[in-house]
Design a protein around this ligand. Sequence first.
Ligand code: SF4
Ligand code: SF4
Length: 310
Amino acid sequence: MKNLPKSLITSFSRDIGFDKIGFASVEPFVKEKEVFRKWIAEGRHATMKYLERNIDERFDPLLILEGCKTAVVTAINYYNPDNELFRELKTGKISRYAWGKDYHKIIKLKLIQLADKIKELFPESTNLSFVDSGSLPEKLLAQRAGVGWQGKNSLILTREFGSWIFLGVILTTVEFEPDEPHKDLCGDCTKCLDRCPTSAIIKPGLVDASLCISYWTIETKPNVEIPLDIVNNSQSRIYGCDICQEVCPWNRFAKPTKDDGFQVKDNHTELSKEFIENLTNEEFKTIFKDRPVRRIKLKGLKRNVCMIRE
Ligand code: SF4
Ligand code: SF4
């Protein structure tokens, strides 16, 4: 009987489209906080100043929701196979996570449904949901909840879907039996470190943002020039960079997403230089409406054309 609500929540999470779920306790992550502080002190976060704020909260769920007892961690597979047709062309590649619709809204809606279910079972409970909010240690909670493990490329990997997953978290005041934390299954592999073209993975699990193609193509303002070293090693990544995922052996288990929101609706997963240079603002807004690329605006996309290697 003790685990009945947990199994009800698990099966409901599958019904609404989550691929994995796990339950974790919410003690603070003390050691990990110190590693993060050092990373910040060394300036590895580049210009992302917001990461310097609320560090204590970031590693202690109890400072986010007083009285919370459990973190319910969900994962959803967003993988779509490559478009073979486009692979032949000299095009700029868009990160796979951005091929479908913006994941924030899709996952948030599912989390709200899941939180409502918890509330239905436990009317006295308080439940808060988070998607990539930056205020929670989502990856650490995912490993603690047994959803996956944090690989040397810093991402959460799962046996079933590799690293092509989005995480969501609900903090709840309900005390659920925690799941077993996931074992680290990277073993002796160092493929992501060896194959990162800009040597941005400075140690297992730690990325220096100022060397990372994703940072330069997504996080920097369009008027900022991308350093030549990054440009020359970009492998034509114009929005994000999946190289440390593409080389990961666990990603051979990837399978196509079942979620409608993450389906590729057209062939705009890779774009040619000419296509980007001729793109008008109207066209940009139409093509990237509801998609992550809209975040860097047309100006950012045009700046990133320098990454296309011929
Ligand atoms: S995203 Fe690209 S640049 Fe960044 S760590 Fe991974 S392989 Fe390196
Ligand atoms: S490439 Fe190897 S070391 Fe890197 S995350 Fe995958 S399994 Fe781990």
